[in-house]
Write a protein of this length. Structure first.
Length: 347
């Protein structure tokens, strides 16, 4: 009888220890489900003028169903920080106990985050890391790596010479700043003979097209870095077509182009030899883990910095934690990889 009691006690101790050791790990594949909800999840879509964000919105809607989550109908702030603040108030009034958002102006969102923190409503920020204001988790990739990857790709293709036009994103966004800073620093240190024309665009395709037109009028352009294919790809290809510069890599007039996003249209352009590479932002994983962390917050779960079990790393940031998801470079060599989310859309 005594031995059975000791054995039972030991088993309980082991189970408790295992539970304690696992509470701060990244989410496991089996744990990304609903169940045990402590409230509704409110979601704000950031914009609807980008193929990337429209794909993300589609994944969100699908995952809400497959994960059996209690979520409110999403709002859309249309790239307007004032509308985002209003939408958050609406979601809160409708009973949201956790919020998923993707603030495009990462500085101005601080007051909204402070308000939510005062009401003990946790926030998961997707793709962008707010400059200030408490967040439960940021679901993002390493955007500095985007800039460095683009720099190395173009620098090598151009053999450290020529002129590159860089379509900078909105510099009020940490993403625009991270990509621009990393690209500029890499070029100046590793490829100093490449002239970089850094053009602010505010993520607007018509602005990028106008500035590319001006650069082409002034001289030869050998490379282009598009910080967001979702808004820059179509106007760029249209302009290059008009200028008879949309030619394959084998043609001396070919302009080497590297993009960011990983949308299907970029893959089509890579296969056609119109652009050369893109960094695939994982829209599918952005949706999956944004919802996972929102649910985890409602359930009172906590996490610590370190590697997760989904090939990412959680890092500390001044106002919370950030799960940095993988974002691979896609070229003609791996553009058909079925694991890329851009190859799964519509299937």
């Amino acid at each position: 009888m005594l031995n059975r009691t000791v054995a039972a006690t030991a088993a309980v101790v082991v189970l408790v220890a295992l539970a304690a050791s696992g509470c701060n790990r990244g989410p496991s594949k089996s744990s990304v489900t609903g169940g045990g909800s402590a409230g509704k999840i409110g979601i704000d879509f950031p914009r609807s003028d980008s193929d990337f964000w429209n794909s993300w919105a589609g994944y969100i809607k699908s995952d809400i169903t497959s994960m059996k989550l209690d979520a409110l109908p999403p709002t859309n702030s249309q790239n307007d920080i004032t509308k985002l603040a209003s939408n958050v108030q609406t979601l809160q009034a409708q009973g949201a106990k956790a919020i998923v958002m993707a603030p495009q102006d990462t500085g101005a969102v601080a007051s909204t985050l402070d308000l939510l923190a005062s009401k003990k409503i946790p926030v998961v920020s997707v793709d962008t890391r707010p400059d200030k204001g408490k967040v439960y988790m940021v679901v993002r990739a390493d955007n500095k790596a985007y800039g460095t990857t683009a720099c190395d790709f173009l620098g090598k293709k151009l053999n450290d010479k020529g002129t590159v036009v860089e379509f900078e994103g909105d510099l009020t966004s940490v993403n625009g700043r991270d990509r621009s800073d990393a690209f500029g620093q890499c070029m100046s240190s590793k490829y100093p003979n490449v002239k970089v024309l850094a053009e602010q665009t505010n993520w607007e395709g018509d602005v990028a097209s106008a500035k590319l037109q001006n650069a082409l009028n002034q001289g030869t352009v050998n490379g282009i870095y598009m910080q967001a294919g979702g808004v820059f790809l179509a106007p760029t290809l249209t302009l290059l077509q008009q200028k008879n510069l949309l030619v394959p890599p084998s043609d001396p007039k070919h302009i080497f182009i590297v993009s960011n996003d990983g949308i299907p249209a970029e893959y089509t352009a890579i296969k056609a030899g119109q652009i050369d590479a893109t960094v695939s932002q994982p829209a599918d994983l952005y949706a999956k883990y944004a919802l996972y962390y929102a649910q985890a917050a409602l359930q009172g779960k906590t996490f610590k910095p370190g590697p997760t079990d989904h090939v990412s790393t959680i890092v500390s940031i001044p106002n919370g934690l950030e799960d940095q998801l993988p974002a691979p470079l896609v070229t003609s060599e791996n553009v058909d990889d079925p694991s890329l989310w851009g190859n799964q859309v519509g299937k």
